[in-house]
Design a binder for this molecule. Structure first.
Ligand code: MG
Length: 435
């Protein structure tokens, strides 16, 4: 059994993610880590409960904790470095529905754990914890405000914007509700905020994608704003609405930002499910593209090994290496604003990205049946590549069939020159599941 998926440990609260499990993970981390730990949580109803238990586990094993409280995931990355911690924990289930929660662990560079996960898993399963005597118990330092101020300062110091803009920010009632609008205001902008009540009862779908952002689009239009910015539940992601109130596709905005931050000869790291329009667009700038498994863990590892300064997933999850190794939806939004000031309106820029039609769908599949289903599909296919799931490249089109690492679905991505061709491809893919 594996505890960690593509994005840490995630599941339904009090059935999969129980207080008992959280305590064990806290004690395992406290036993393993060689220093202090920064701990933050998102706005879910279960997040404070889980955070307190994790903190108890860590301190029981003699390690001090910097408690950041309610904060976006990227604030954890900033806090780890600022407070000299050796690890960080974020209690979040990102964009999953409100009944979910999760535990994501970061290393001292603010990178999501990979190999170390196995060590922690092993400690959890063997219940091998290094509990300390009464006079060696760890301390807890409350650092909520300080961590947020450090994060804000770092964003303001790294973004160059001369003019003032009208910006609409939709935080989806997530962890950035009280932070992201404030940061953009401090930059000098006029900010309208939507869904900024971090009460764990989400009023929209949490992925910052088109179908969840109609209110944001309408508000940008109605208020004649310059830009719309949306976040997922823990604000490591960003979704963008242009000055006409039109949602900008994940792949398009990713291609634009990659061309803006990278130079000729650089390598852009993205995932196996990203559009080929990114490759085509970046070719003009002399930037090459390398694909990894899905998940920011894989992207950030590849960025490190390829010395790439920018990587991202077509889910609004972007990593700016010189800023921090943790994906940061607030900094990402600010970078889009900076790009707009330097290069012009997003509605104009996006016309330069080649037109392909990408369709992403998901088919329900219980976690324990995924392997069996995938091996059946594999038998029916040929000419596939297995970076993550099964990807088949055809002439001017491609498709990917891949089990989700965080939810009970198998995801299908199809892309072609026209919507009609992409839909035909999607139908064929779905036929593979007909049994
Ligand atoms: Mg997230």
């Amino acid at each position: 059994m594996r505890l960690f998926g593509t994005s840490g440990i995630r599941g339904i609260v009090n059935s999969e993610i129980t207080p008992q499990l959280a305590l064990k993970v806290g004690m395992a981390l406290g036993s393993y880590v060689d220093g202090d730990v920064a701990v933050a949580h998102d706005s879910r109803t279960s997040s404070v409960m889980l955070k307190d238990i994790i903190v108890s586990g860590i301190t029981a094993c003699g390690k001090d904790v910097y408690d950041i409280g309610l904060a976006p995931t990227p604030t954890t990355g900033i806090a780890i470095k600022s407070f000299g911690c050796k690890a960080g924990v974020t209690i979040t289930a990102s964009h999953n529905p409100p009944q979910y929660n999760g535990i994501k662990i970061w290393d001292e560079e603010g990178m999501a754990l990979s190999e170390e996960e196995k060590i922690i898993e092993d400690l959890v399963f063997r219940e091998n914890f290094n509990l300390k005597e009464w006079d060696k118990i760890g301390k807890v330092y409350e650092r909520h405000e300080e961590a947020l101020m450090l994060h804000k300062k770092r964003i303001l110091n790294n973004i160059k914007i001369k003019k003032k803009y009208k910006i609409v920010i939709d935080c989806g009632n997530g962890a950035a509700s009280l932070f992201s609008p404030y940061v953009f205001k401090e930059m000098g902008n006029n900010v309208i905020s939507l869904n900024a009540s971090p009460d764990g009862r989400f009023s929209r779908g949490l992925e910052p994608e088109k179908k969840n952002l109609r209110v944001l689009s309408d508000t940008v239009k109605a208020s004649e704003a310059d830009l719309g910015i949306a976040h997922d539940g823990d604000a490591d992601r960003v979704g963008i609405v242009d000055e006409n109130g039109e949602y900008v596709d994940y792949d398009v905005i990713l291609a634009l930002v990659a061309s803006y931050v990278l130079k000729e000869g650089d390598i852009f790291i993205t995932t196996v499910d990203a559009s080929i329009k990114i490759d085509e667009y970046l070719k003009k700038y002399g930037i090459s593209v390398k694909r990894t498994k899905v998940g920011d863990v894989a992207v950030v590892r590849e960025m490190k090994s390829m010395h790439s300064s920018f990587g991202g997933e077509p889910s609004g999850t972007w990593i700016f290496r010189d800023f921090q190794m943790t994906p940061d939806g607030i900094y990402s939004g600010a970078k889009v604003l900076e790009m707009k000031e330097e290069r012009g309106d997003i509605s104009e820029l996006k016309k330069e990205v080649p037109e392909y039609k990408i369709i992403r769908e998901k088919i329900p599949c219980e976690n324990n049946k995924k392997d069996k289903v995938m091996s059946r599909i594999k038998d029916k296919l040929s000419g596939y590549e297995e970076i993550d799931g099964l990807r088949v490249d055809l002439k001017d089109s491609w498709f990917l069939i891949r089990p989700s690492g965080t939810e009970p679905y198998i995801r299908i991505t199809c892309e072609a020159r026209t919507g009609e061709k992409a839909e035909r491809l999607m139908r064929k893919c779905k036929e593979l599941f007909s049994e």
